[in-house]
Write a protein that binds this ligand. Sequence first.
Ligand code: EPZ
Length: 434
Amino acid sequence: MEKYVIKGGQVLEGEVTIAGAKNAALGILAAAVLTNEECIIENVPYVEDTKVLLRAIENIGAKVKYIDKHTVSICGGTIGNGSELCVDDEYIRKIRASYYLLGALLGKYHYAKVALPGGCEIGLRPIDQHIKGFEALGAKVDLVTGGYVLAQADQLVGRHIYLDVVTVGATINIMLASVLAEGKTTIENAAKEPHIVDVANFLNSMGANIKGAGTDVIRIRGVQRLKGTEYSIIPDQIEAGTFMTMAAATGGNVLIKNVIPKHLEAISSKLNEIGAHVLEYDDAVRVMADGRLKSTQIKTLPYPGFPTDMQPQMAVTLALSQGTSVITESIFENRFKYVNELSRMGARIKVEGNSAVINGIEGYTGANLVAPDLRAGAALVIAALAAEGFSTVDDIKYILRGYEDFDGKIRTLGGQIQVVDSDKELQKFKLRVG
Ligand code: EPZ
């Protein structure tokens, strides 16, 4: 089983370029099937989640081809007719975003049968709001044997939909299901993340009529048909944030390129507050940190609040800061699983309900770690890079779902990290780095 081996203690310096946003790409790739014409999508991150979703889109009959590593062409005109549509395979059941094909196929064919979504185990992650939206539009939605969601409709008619919780997935899915519906759909209490705006912009470039994305009220006027388009995905806010906290936690000086600084404001603000220095440029940020950082309080919130996907990475940084910090996780019920792993490195963190009380320590000691999910896995890599001595991080399959060339990018910054697949390779790394 592949794992990372890391020799900590290096100060990270240099430049890193951020890939396209995974959570925008997944909605956009699914949205491409809404037209029978070719969509060319650029800046697609080359990560497991996008590869799995593209394979599922091809499996239902669409023409999918990689023009280059980060540019894909999707043509939905060859998808089998609605009644045979079933999205299922062992891979698709592992990713969360499979459910975007529910909204897209329902919106286009008025029929969709998709295996229930998987994804990181960070909470219950129900899809009741997705189903509420589909049913409001006129669909009949059933959970059928074998772990499928079956959605079908004679017709889809625009409605006023109030989301009971702010949910990225349901906001995107209802947009996908309603762009070709008759009449006007309003989504109240909509999520406002940058990736919601990116999916709406992509759909509008196909001829959809969506207004208000990025606010908590999104208005969609159904159109007759959508056309092919060419579109480039926004940079990944969370990959950028991950490298920002990596620079801060190792006391480094890193220029993070191909970002939209506005999307990073909550992260930059918190890093400045604890004594790191974040300099903003047009499409880059520089993060510097020298000396011990300070403690703070953080509560994860929907955008533009502090992102839940940055909670583990920030916790790792605060666990090295002076004083006591508190992180409250308000989005997911079970997103502190990494704390036990960090404690084995010497961290002093106590989880009480949905809060973690963090008493800063001088430094981590290396340990053998296991990644519990995508962002916690990235956070453990940051801890290992800041630690004294050697660490290993197992179950890196989670990390590969959302980060492209993660170890390669860290090496360009001077980090000593390698993917190893055997004890022999691990010993070779230890001998080489000394
Ligand atoms: C998306 O997940 C992201 N995943 C997550 O990123 C991210 O953490 C999350 O949004 C919040 O920003 C993708 O985009 C593929 P939600 P999603 O629906 O859509 C509850 C990563 O690391 N809820 O916004 O599943 C839900 O339980 C991943 O890249 C309902 O109650 O998140 C949660 O408590 C991890 N009913 C809250 O809403 C529903 O029908 C937010 O969930 C839907 C959600």
